[in-house]
Design a protein around this ligand. Sequence first.
Ligand code: URP
Ligand code: ZN
Ligand code: ZN
Ligand code: ZN
Length: 473
Amino acid sequence: MPDFDLAIRGGTLVTAADTVQADLGIRDGRIAAIAERITDTARTLDASGLLVLPGGIDSHVHIAQAAGPGIVMADDFASATRAAAAGGNTCVMPFALQPRGASLREATHAYRALAEGQCHIDVAIHLIVSDPTPAVLGQELPALIAEGYTSFKVFMTYDDLVLNDRQILDVFDVARREGARVMVHAEGYDTIRYMTERLERAGQTTPYGHALSRPELVEREAAHRAISHAELVDLPIVIVHVSGEQAMEQIAWARARGLKIHAETCPQYLTLTAEDLKGRGSGDPMAGAKYVCSPPPRDTASQAAIWRGLQGGVFEVVSSDHCPFRYDDARGKLNPRAKESFRYVPNGIPGIETRLPILFSEGVSTGRISLNRFVELTATNHAKLYGLYPRKGSIGVGFDADLTLWDPNRRETITQANLHHGADYTPWEGFAVTGWPVMTLARGEIVAEDGRVVGALGHGRVLDRIAQAAPHP
Ligand code: URP
Ligand code: ZN
Ligand code: ZN
Ligand code: ZN
């Protein structure tokens, strides 16, 4: 019997810390050896000329999540994990959403059942707490955390999800006691409502109004409030999808006070602007619906600020915030009410397959960030923040053999025709990139190769995690 099931030979291994020329030996789905030369193997993959990266971990994606009435998300677990694998990812983290008035426990178990057997790559499930009743705070949430659902998101906006300040404090308190990680969607409900109604009265109802209704102030104000609540409860939090300098300033301010505030941004805030919500030269203002997400993309000065934050350490993770709706579809972006007002355009854009190529091309190929920083931002820090480390997120003996073979020189043009998601468009149509994932291995098996998804549905598992217990009286 050979020592290894598979050897990856001749590649350049990249971790958050190092870049080394070495072979990898894989056994039973895990990395079993790193050596100058590995020969005693059943199979060999030639990675010469390629980078061998830890598979991408996307810790913020929305899959098969309940949207508004009559609105349907465009991906189920099969299509989302297929697209993720093709884009060089080996683990994604979607959200089990508690509908108001319903049990969080039941919603979570039903959501997990949708995922079981339907994934190409591993998934780990976060929770969305929309109704923190005494039963949820006292029993359901602690029990779910103990079961391995150790992270959840709270929203400061959206009619059906928003929590008030007291509810946020109560949820933070449970997280503090049980050792869970909380992600915060920081945009202020009341400021958005005020702006939305003002814009509608003025007749500004097209999708571009979405950007106007959520200026940076809305995000800055909510970030400040979330940070203050976190300080009061003594809980580290993650502020997700940060779009510009004003929220960044709040995060830097909090850290200067010694608070543990983590931060995430997304490719849309590096590459899109509010102008895209005007329809991008199509002549059709409704085409701007393709770019409606929250927070909205800002301007080129904000993009530059986000780059500084990626270089300087404000951001620890870059996620996609994949939240796919079909555009030309009555249950998607162009639903029957979308023309009435931007408030009826479902929020979110697809990006699970394009996150890594866009960040690599715009970040590494241009010299803005190092290869090691790229790995840290796209894999390692996701695993560390959300309890998957040291099982996932790096290349080392004992880690899952979750790997992406990456061609740093390959030029591609992003186009809907070549993507694998369930949406009918990509916001990055025609976007040229340098650097491309040519093969994805999940726990030692090839799941995607050259744009084709070859792994079996059901190879991906639903992962349980262990709370970082931080008992608090
Ligand atoms: O517009 C967005 N980002 N939709 C997805 C849900 C969320 O807030 O992350
Ligand atoms: Zn959000
Ligand atoms: Zn999101
Ligand atoms: Zn398998």
